[in-house]
Design a protein around this ligand. Sequence first.
Ligand SMILES: Nc1ncnc2c1ncn2[C@@H]1O[C@H](COP(=O)(O)OP(=O)(O)OP(=O)(O)O)[C@@H](O)[C@H]1O
Ligand SMILES: [Mg+2]
Length: 246
Amino acid sequence: MEPIISFRHVFKSYPMYQSVTAGIKNFLFHLPTSIKDIRRGHFQALEDISFDIFPGETVGFIGSNGAGKSSLLSLMAGVIIPNSGEIHVAGRVSPLLELGAGFHFELTGRDNILLNGVLLGLTKQQVLDKVHDIITYSELEQFIDQPIRTYSSGMLARLGFAVVAHLEPEILLLDEMLAVGDAAFQKKCLRTMGEFRERQVTMIFVSHNMDDVLRVCTRAIWIKDHRIAMDGPPQDVVEAYLRQSG
Ligand SMILES: Nc1ncnc2c1ncn2[C@@H]1O[C@H](COP(=O)(O)OP(=O)(O)OP(=O)(O)O)[C@@H](O)[C@H]1O
Ligand SMILES: [Mg+2]
């Protein structure tokens, strides 16, 4: 079988002024290395990353804050490009990246559904046909004609997941979207992900909740200090990660 996503010796660094402004949380977390990197003028977010992901796999990426997980997903989505190495993605990508990415905060929930559907490859008519189902799934009927700057973070996650869940995804990229959802919505997402798994949709899932990783993933990859520390069955990888995290 051909891989649906393949990375070969991928390196990604950010110029230093960007890593300080865009990732202040991560910058402070890694102060000693960060200071060394200021001298070098760039911040290495990913180093020599190689893996193949096959159709139908659900791969969980785990690791500490600032390890490079979101950068990996942005590379898969084509939102950023690597400094070196090769990336092949053989399928339509439906990304649900950081909260609200791709959303316009002055537009209503309904307009954001239309905009995102079209940006992610559907025709306007196809999106219009699905809008009702998307709104029902999100359970945001009451708020759907309000600008989304008035939404809570959980409401934004609901809207984002409802959109990607209705796009008939081939490759679904999910970055911590469960973290801000309430219990009912988390259950609904996990059920939908289970259905996608049965339909052989390839899913890439980033989470700090190891129970969710164990529940949904067929494989886990641990990113540690911007490199792959371990790649294998979720049980083994999660156990190793938790052991080193103390
Ligand atoms: N747009 C950016 N510009 C500059 N530096 C960035 C940018 N995005 C991420 N970085 C840096 O790259 C490193 C990896 O960040 P990334 O967001 O991929 O980590 P992560 O594993 O997703 O962390 P978390 O668990 O906190 O979400 C961090 O040190 C961060 O400061
Ligand atoms: Mg992240």
